[in-house]
Design a protein around this ligand. Structure first.
Ligand SMILES: Nc1ncnc2c1ncn2[C@@H]1O[C@H](COP(=O)(O)OP(=O)(O)OP(=O)(O)O)[C@@H](O)[C@H]1O
Ligand SMILES: [Mg+2]
Ligand SMILES: [Zn+2]
Length: 507
């Protein structure tokens, strides 16, 4: 036989696509031609595959070899087709009985020594194979646990091309996937119980978690902004199966998944430094684009600490993803999109001089102060429902031996109940949290609270202390407060409390 086809899987963004790797051997001068839109890494595959075959003790066919990757229209990146190319070439040369592969998809990069190396994005690749009803996949051993997270597909691991070839010939075994390693112990995880006093801050976290609201905190150094933000994910509900697969797939494509780990079940937390590059923040890079922090925070929390220190460009780049829930990356091979539905948390000092004592010792001029927080204003701040001013916790509260703060588990249980209420109310309309509901809907007759309930917020609106947009945010948070209280409709108290969460800011 001088022709063979082996299945593999390619990735575009976080979506896998089945790829057919064809090899044809013809008489003529020995040469190798690759076709089917390969990028540079794929051209390098030619040399890697040849060396791997020879160094595995197999025979490289000295003929005219054509390798073609189908569909040609699909952009192909990276080195994950190596193993399939090697199998197709050996099979075309009659060295490998394709029946031994039984329609399996083969995924993996080859080292020159013939080792089978792990690749990024195995989870979404295997998901695609499962959807295409490919019954089994063969992957590098280091990727086998990850591959096996996908239900309904047989997964086999191989260490080397030699092991793979022997198995296909029926001369040796492949490795079953190792079970996922247990999660790290919970005791190391941050917990809301560690935050002493700071009742308003803790309450704002609970409200933000319950309604899915973005949150901004302004306060002097040491007020506990970072402390609180890191604990927001600990009170968010676990990811459901669909979300867990989505999040794990993104981390897999980014190469951020630890070997042998299970599905990501906790909402992620990402805190990119303000000096982070644009690719690190929103994604990019050569070949198969890496998801950035905003996509790694998908279904979790994106924390911008010292938010005014981020460049204008970085803050601007976040606007489109925040609006659409996904990142669009323009690439030479076309647009790549990555999911990026995050809960945004901003923290800022009130001014650049950042005195721990707060405003008392501040040396900044009024203009400098305004400009500093002004960097956040406009489109970004406009989307943030909970805007909180924080003061440092008092010494008395910090040393109050009697005080026992509620744990993340306790608060998280209330959050879960409130979230369920919001889902029950909005899911028929396509929203899953109060934060997603447009202000116009909340203000429309069907949902608008009666005038007596709205009175406190109305008065602020009339006084010009609340903008129309701010008013909608108050309405939105009032729904979250009523969900937390287990009421079916916001009452006067909810509206008043929502107003406080909105006006706690000094900016
Ligand atoms: N309410 C609190 N309960 C317990 N510890 C606290 C509290 N507030 C502050 N701390 C302590 O102070 C430290 C500083 O808090 P944190 O880093 O969150 O402050 P910050 O507001 O982010 O300050 P900065 O503006 O300097 O980043 C924390 O690591 C913690 O040890
Ligand atoms: Mg901080
Ligand atoms: Zn200052």
């Amino acid at each position: 036989m001088s022709y063979a086809m082996v299945r593999s899987v390619g990735l575009v963004g976080v979506a896998g696509h089945l790829v057919e790797v064809e090899a044809d051997l013809a008489n003529g001068l020995p040469a190798v031609a690759l076709s089917g839109l390969p990028d540079t890494a794929l051209h390098e595959a030619r040399d890697r595959v040849r060396a791997a075959i020879v160094n595995s003790g197999q025979v490289w066919p000295n003929r005219r070899i054509t390798v073609n990757l189908l569909p040609a229209s699909l952009p192909k990146f990276g080195s994950s087709f190596d193993a399939a190319i090697a199998c197709a070439v050996l099979a075309a040369a009659g060295e490998l009985p394709l029946a031994g592969l039984a329609g399996a998809a083969v995924i993996g990069e080859l080292g020159l020594d013939g080792s089978l190396r792990p690749v990024r994005g195995v989870l979404p690749m295997v998901l695609a194979a499962a959807r295409a009803e490919v019954g089994s996949v063969i992957v590098p051993v280091a990727n086998a646990t990850e591959a096996a997270l996908v239900p309904g597909v047989m997964v086999w691991g191989a260490d080397t091309l030699g092991m793979l070839v022997r198995a296909i010939r029926g001369e040796g075994p492949l490795s079953p996937p190792p079970a996922p390693s247990p999660l790290p112990t919970a005791s190391a995880a941050p917990d809301l119980a560690e935050v002493v006093g700071q009742a308003t801050g803790r309450w704002a976290m609970e409200v933000a978690a319950a309604g899915g609201h973005h949150l901004a905190m302004v306060g002097p150094p040491g007020a506990g902004k970072t402390l609180l933000a890191q604990r927001l994910p600990t009170i968010l509900p676990e990811l459901d199966d669909e979300a867990a697969l989505e999040v794990t797939a993104l981390h897999s494509v980014a190469g951020a998944l630890p070997t042998g780990a299970g599905l990501v079940r906790r909402p992620p937390f990402q805190a990119p430094h303000h000096s982070a590059s644009m690719p690190a923040l929103v994604g990019g890079g050569a070949g198969l684009a890496r998801p950035g922090a905003i996509s790694l925070a998908h279904r979790g929390v994106l924390f911008l600490d010292e938010a005014p220190e981020y460049s204008r460009r970085a803050l601007d780049a976040l606007r489109q993803p925040l609006e659409e829930g996904m990142v669009r990356l323009r690439r030479s091979a076309g647009e790549t999109t990555y999911p990026a539905r995050v809960q945004l948390v901003l923290a800022a000092n009130p001014c650049p001089c950042a005195r721990p004592s707060g405003d008392a010792d501040c040396e900044c001029t009024a203009l400098v102060r305004r400009r500093y927080l002004g960097r956040l204003s406009g489109p970004l701040l406009d989307r943030i429902d909970v805007q909180l001013g924080l003061e440092p916790v008092s010494g008395a509260a910090l040393f109050d031996a009697e005080a026992v703060a509620e744990s993340s588990a306790t608060v998280g249980a209330r959050v879960a109940v409130a979230r369920a209420a919001a889902v029950a109310r909005w899911s028929a309309h396509g929203w899953r949290s109060n934060a997603e509901v447009p202000g116009s809907v909340l203000h429309a007759r069907r949902w608008r609270p009666p005038p007596a309930v709205m009175a406190p917020a109305r008065r602020l609106l009339d006084l010009g202390e609340l903008s129309a947009r701010g008013f909608h945010r108050v309405l939105r948070m009032a729904w979250t407060l009523c969900d937390l209280a287990g009421r079916s409709r916001p009452d006067r108290g909810d509206l008043a409390a929502a107003t406080e969460l909105r006006r706690g800011e000094r900016w």
